[in-house]
Design a protein around this ligand. Sequence first.
Ligand SMILES: [Zn+2]
Length: 389
Amino acid sequence: MQWAALFVMSLVRPAVGIGHGSIEEHAGQSEATWTYREEWEMYGQCNEKAGGQSPIDIVTGNIDLSDNAGVTQSVAVGPDGAFELEALAMNRAVLEESSQIKTEFVTNKHTWEVVVKQAKGEIPWIEWNNKWYNLIQFHFHSPSENTVNGKHTDMEAHFVHKAQDGSVLVLAVFLKVGAQNSYLSNFWNLFPTNTDTAVQGQVTNPYGNFLPGDRSYYYYMGSFTTPPCTTGVTWVVMKTPVEISIEQRDAYRAGISVVQDNQLRTNVDPPVPGVTLPWDETKGENNRKAQPMEGRKVYYWQDPDQTASRIGWWLLVLGAILLLLLVVAAIYYMVCYKPKKKVQKIANSEYQETKPEQQRLVQYAQPAPYQEVVTAQPMYNPVIQSVRR
Ligand SMILES: [Zn+2]
């Protein structure tokens, strides 16, 4: 636990500039003007006609694994036939896994948000398609906004990044109920219960400490999932969820629901598919519904380490089977062949002992004297016969 290491200080500050899913230039969008209980056609690019909206339902069967969407430095075809895209290069040279990033923990009327306050040059970044994106803030949704084959996960974290030219990349991580998440537990109780307070503190590098070990991801072009729904956003969605305890999930849902005049949606019918039960429907939900694809494609990058570890695992299984077969063969050999060998040995030794005698017997039975008798017989017979005559 790193409570002692956290420099926690409460400050009274306005909520401007920390809008959920937004970055600085969209800070003017008033938090009070939109809710999760209504449609957003009147806001910015939220109208369906703008196209290219997020979130989406990722239909894994529709992904063309041979299409790399023009992402540069694509590499060879993987062993399972997946076309491997350029790896997601993450900044671990500048920021070691243990290094602390100065942050502010804030609550708005839509979510909890961790705003990066680290000095320039020390901010975590992602390199994507030869462009560098700095981490601006990260926040959460429950249930998840993006879905996979129509199924939500319990939560989704959005790491909002911005490049120097203003373009935005969101790294999304699914959260699924399971074991307690130790990364989140370091700051999960620091979020204020009102929108006027910002708690100062620190977090460790989320890339090294929070992301799943399996770096496989989907990506597609989309938008902010909140007004003004700005399009042209690169979405990188990690395939494998990380775990969060049900208490942590419910603490988040309760935490955003106690905010006065919050703009969450409650008592949704039917219940959300894919989340872990029990799911308290009186607590607020903050996900935008899946948007039409309108000809867009989803691409996929397979983590080669995962492929390698799968191959390694199968080799291990094969090795174990071979070893087992060897042991069985050895036991079979011992049981079925070893006693026969003893008998043969005894037989051999008896044979060796009797061999000289046999050889002598053979020598006594030399046909030479017998031949004399046999050959002599015809000679006597005519003589005897002739005498009798
Ligand atoms: Zn978001």
